[in-house]
Design a protein around this ligand. Sequence first.
Ligand code: NAD
Ligand code: MG
Length: 387
Amino acid sequence: MKDIGVFGATGSIGASTLQVVREQPDEFRVVVLTAHSRQQKLAELIQEFKPSLAVIEEKPAEELVHIAKRHGCDLLEGRKALLDAAEYHMDIAMHALVGSAGLELALRLARKPMRLCLANKESIVCGGHLLKAAASLSGCQVMPVDSEHNAVYQLLEGRGLEDVARITITASGGPFRELPLDAFASITPEQAVKHPNWSMGAKISVDSATMMNKGLELIEAAYFFPVDQNQLQAVIHPQSIIHGLIELVDGSCLAHLSETNMQVPIRHALSPGKRLAGGQNLLDLMRVGQLELYPVEEERYPCFSLARQALAHAGGAPNILNAANEVAVGYFLAGKIGFLDIPKLVAKALGAAELAQWVASEAGTVEEVLELDATTRGLVQFWVKED
Ligand code: NAD
Ligand code: MG
């Protein structure tokens, strides 16, 4: 029986993780649950899983306090309590917060010799070097949850990177893969969050529509699989059945396929050594019928090109890319800017004179990373308010 903490339990990855846990009552015991603001949902989860500790960032309503008390669960509030929850005894942590707001938590969790299932890709983009250092010091096992990276991880199991000629991650292309380019200016948030294959949180759904998500994932791939950058590529695969491919130096190409369901990579990340049964997800290839692969059309997906440039540039560029994108996506979802303003703002931030010193060199400490994140956010907010 393994003790598990689910951070960001009320979100999309949190829900998929808890569904896997629900199906495996002999494998996992939930000890920590955290949420940002969805109090009712957190209350339901406390009733069902009876964790020892729950954290809510907002002030808890009286009903939530009562429910926690009734189930013997310590309920804490605020950001500090969230970070301190990392110190609770756990064998496994699922980190499913969204955005660079997850970086400090990722670092706290990585300092412990446990299994860290890391869905929060933004923390890798912003502080991958810090995470790597913390995990190697503590012996923390960082597992990729992202379907493509989990796929490649599985393909590489028992294999050295010297045998690998190329690593490919796939992208669905999002909801606008076939939309005429002149219609992009009028895309609404409702259209952008409607992903054709996956059901996900709002931010990653917009990132999938712009393909910033695949760009962040290339940076994530460089973290998990340290090969030369020109050995990493992304291709469009509208069916989202093939998640990752590796080509070996002898000409073999291996692929990982599964149904489009995050429970599949989550099962592996939670339990890489022992395969967990999950009956409903057997892949019916006859039903799928066709597997198509296309190159990424960079004119359609400028965010993808910006992310590739940020990866190649390194230094503070990935941090600036991520922070500018988070702010821009927030404004887009709030109806304050258009879809095409997202890449424009990200490009403007990457080229801003105010940030030039940061672009040049990597933010070494966590304080510097947070400062760069805040500075970039402030600048993008200023530009949008000024307009
Ligand atoms: P979501 O918006 O559905 O859920 C986010 C969770 O984090 C919620 O529980 C929310 O309460 C909590 N949260 C949000 N902001 C917070 C903050 N500032 N402080 C504390 N808690 C906060 O998001 P999601 O789709 O589950 O994605 C989570 C992460 O997983 C993201 O980094 C995303 O890129 C990654 N991911 C998601 C999917 C997917 O299928 N949803 C797939 C691959 C990777
Ligand atoms: Mg992914």
